[in-house]
Structure formats: structure tokens, C-alpha cells
Design a protein around this ligand. Structure first.
Ligand code: ZN
Length: 133
């Protein structure tokens, strides 16, 4: 994804990156990316956000959105019921519109997961405190 497009995506999705890392185009496969024109023109990006590290980049006709590094497994059918290639840590987006929609849904789903985890941790702590008394 070209840097200008990445910037537009971040801006339109209200995502303030904590850090950005340029990666070789993973659709290219195993090769010398320093000599590759596709990697130069269409790199992939690793974006550190407040919900963890996500990765975006163009495959042939779709943009891959990968959130495996966040550690959260999300049911992709909650992101979209459309018949696209998807798993619990990645989804293929048909263009920037889908990328924006899917990332917005994903972010909210991760917020919910995180809130549940926090509530459970709090409850456990309260129980431990009560038991100690
Ligand atoms: Zn390449």
C-alpha cells in the first residue's frame, strides 16, 4: 500500500498509529525485496494501534487486514457476513471502503473483548480479596 493511501486510511478511520513499520509485500513470496519493484511500490505496513499491532497490504486484488499480532481471535462473521476470504485473525478487503468498514468493526470487537477480560480480571481480584479477609 502506498504511503499516501495508508495515511488516508489512518485518517479516515480515526486511527492514531503509535508506530509504523514498512514491510516487504507479502504477496510476492520469498524473494529479495530490496530488488523488487512491487515491494517498492506496494509495501505492506505494520501499524501499532491502541488495540495492538495490525498488518495491512495489497494482495493481487484485495487488501489483507491481519490482526494476529493483537492476540485476539475474532469471529470474522461478526465483521462481515459477506463471502470473503476470512479467518479468526485476518480478512480480505475488496478495496479501501471495505478496509475502513472492517477495521472499524474489528476495533470495536476487540474493545469489547478487552472490556470482558478486564471485567473478569477485576472480578477475580475482588474474589481473591474477599477470600483473604
Ligand atoms: Zn516483492
Amino acid at each position: 500500500m502506498e504511503f499516501q493511501h495508508l495515511q488516508a486510511f489512518l485518517l479516515l478511520s480515526y486511527t492514531t498509529p503509535i508506530s509504523l513499520k514498512k514491510l516487504p509485500n507479502e504477496y510476492c513470496g520469498d524473494h529479495d525485496s530490496s530488488e523488487c519493484s512491487i515491494c517498492k511500490k506496494q509495501p505492506w505496513w505494520e501499524i501499532k494501534t491502541d488495540v495492538g499491532v495490525i498488518k495491512v497490504g495489497w494482495r493481487k486484488r484485495v487488501i489483507e487486514l491481519d490482526w494476529s499480532k493483537t492476540g485476539y481471535k475474532i469471529d470474522p462473521d461478526k465483521i462481515t457476513t459477506e463471502n470473503v476470504t476470512k479467518g479468526s485473525s485476518y480478512i480480505h478487503c475488496w478495496g479501501y471502503g471495505d478496509l475502513l468498514n472492517y477495521w472499524s468493526s474489528l476495533k470495536n470487537l476487540i474493545y469489547v473483548e478487552r472490556d470482558v477480560e478486564r471485567a473478569e480480571a477485576w472480578e477475580k481480584e475482588q474474589k481473591a480479596k474477599a477470600a483473604a479477609q
